[in-house]
Design a protein around this ligand. Structure first.
Ligand SMILES: *Cc1c(COP(=O)(O)O)cnc(C)c1O
Length: 420
């Protein structure tokens, strides 16, 4: 690396990541193989179009590469068609919507404050400009309320029902949603499609530790950089050939230009890593650690959501009398990274929030054990409840470094490509 300034920033960031406890639920550390593919010469190649039908010459090798990535994605998620070109989860959603909807069509999605994503109808996103959104709230207990979703479906008569969220910690019954939609479609002329955005839980799906939305939805989108542990990017999956053809046109040339073949190479690596028993074991540990940390906070008397997946929500306002922003800042000051998050029925503004979203996918990649997840729960409790936080800060900082010293450095983590 000749650019000294950029080199210095990369080193500083690696130091920050190695020396902190990363609890942001949407992050993870990809393998060196994924990062090498990302940094490869494939970045130099223009390949607008798809394998076998490109706009440029010299695409024999990228064709082989992209076909391999597609085949691995299809195998991993047990699905018939995959588009691996979306530059991000948001781009995947942009293209996926347009492949089954016409601007002005109606979409029913989860209330954003209850865990939906910006692209699920936020006024600051393209989605709200292009489609008419109506939202279903969570039930009183903070779980999806299927009878309520059904009621909203019949009232609003949307063209699309959307599931899959950014801050939802319980199992999602895709099968039941499919049944509700099938019943609705049997008595309505205008069909309602079912789309799942599995950005957060894709790794759990790949490890077969929850229902596979590809078995039930007409179209499935995902990021590749969250629990899937790949490069930053998106994918679109479907079992429907007509939808698959529309998806290809909507990704390129409608939404994007030339594909990032270096990122597609990195996606192919992660799809292979994710098909191993070692990855399934990793996901099991993520689920265990998340639950262990949640349960420790609960045991100490804090109000937590519980969890069926890789994240949970901590109600810091009612537990400690501080808002989410304050809790996030305190933890950040000692090297623990989290994000403030709205909780179900939140009375504070999104800039403050009453909650904190905590996830164990990245820490578990570095080797966080169940005992350490419990220890981290205790640490979060102490930091958030401390009346003299500023005075005790140094003590917490050294506690954090005691924990991270036991973990692998990010560049030392082993990611098996094959089962032994
Ligand atoms: C993270 C996320 C996305 C967007 O991913 P980007 O790559 O940041 O655009 C979309 N949907 C859901 C549910 C997400 O959690």
């Amino acid at each position: 690396m000749k650019d000294k300034k950029i080199k210095e920033l990369i080193e500083k960031e690696l130091f920050r990541q190695n020396n902190g406890i990363e609890l942001i639920a949407s992050e993870n550390y990809p393998s060196i193989s994924v990062r090498e593919a990302q940094g490869s010469i494939f970045t130099a190649k223009y390949a607008e179009g798809y394998p076998g039908r490109r706009y440029y010459g010299g695409c024999e090798i990228v064709d082989e590469l992209e076909n391999l990535a597609i085949d691995r994605a299809k195998k991993l998620f047990n699905v018939r068609f995959a588009n691996v070109q979306p530059h991000s989860g948001s781009q995947a959603n942009f293209a996926a919507y347009r492949s089954i909807l016409t601007p002005g069509d109606k979409v029913l999605s989860l209330e954003l404050n209850d865990g939906g994503h910006l692209t699920h109808g936020s006024p600051v996103s393209f989605s709200k400009d292009t489609y008419q959104f109506e939202h279903y709230p969570l039930g009183e207990d903070g779980h999806l309320d299927y009878p309520l979703i059904k009621k909203k479906l019949y009232e609003f008569e949307p063209n699309l029902l959307l599931a899959g969220y950014s801050a939802y910690q319980y199992e999602i019954d895709f099968r039941q949603m499919r049944e509700i939609i099938d019943e609705y479609n049997s008595s309505h002329q205008i069909k309602c499609y079912f789309m799942v955005d599995m950005a957060h839980i894709a790794g759990i799906v790949a490890a077969k530790k929850c229902q596979n939305p590809c078995d039930y939805a007409d179209i499935v989108t995902s990021t590749t950089h969250k629990t899937l542990r790949g490069p930053r990017g998106g994918i679109i999956l479907t079992n429907d050939e007509t939808i698959a053809k529309r998806v290809d046109k909507c990704v390129f040339p409608y939404a994007q230009g030339g594909p990032l073949e270096h990122i597609i190479a990195a996606k192919a690596v992660c799809f292979k890593e994710d098909a191993t028993k070692s990855f399934a074991k990793y996901i099991e540990c993520v689920l265990e650690n998340t639950k262990a940390c949640n349960d420790e906070l609960k045991r100490r008397g804090a109000i937590v959501s519980g969890s069926d997946n890789h994240l949970f929500l901590l109600n810091v306002l009612d537990s400690f009398g501080i808002n989410g922003k304050e809790a996030q800042n305190r933890l950040e000051a000692i090297g623990v990274t989290t994000n403030k998050n709205m909780i179900h029925g939140d009375k504070l503004k999104p800039a403050l929030t009453s909650g904190l979203r905590i996830g164990f996918a990245p820490a578990t990649t570095r080797g966080c054990t169940k005992e350490q997840a419990i220890e981290i729960g205790g640490l979060i409790y102490d930091v958030c409840s401390d009346q003299n936080f500023d005075q005790n800060k140094e003590k917490y900082i050294s506690h954090v470094s005691d924990i991270t010293k036991l973990w692998k450095k990010i560049d030392e983590v082993e990611f098996p490509l094959e089962d032994e």
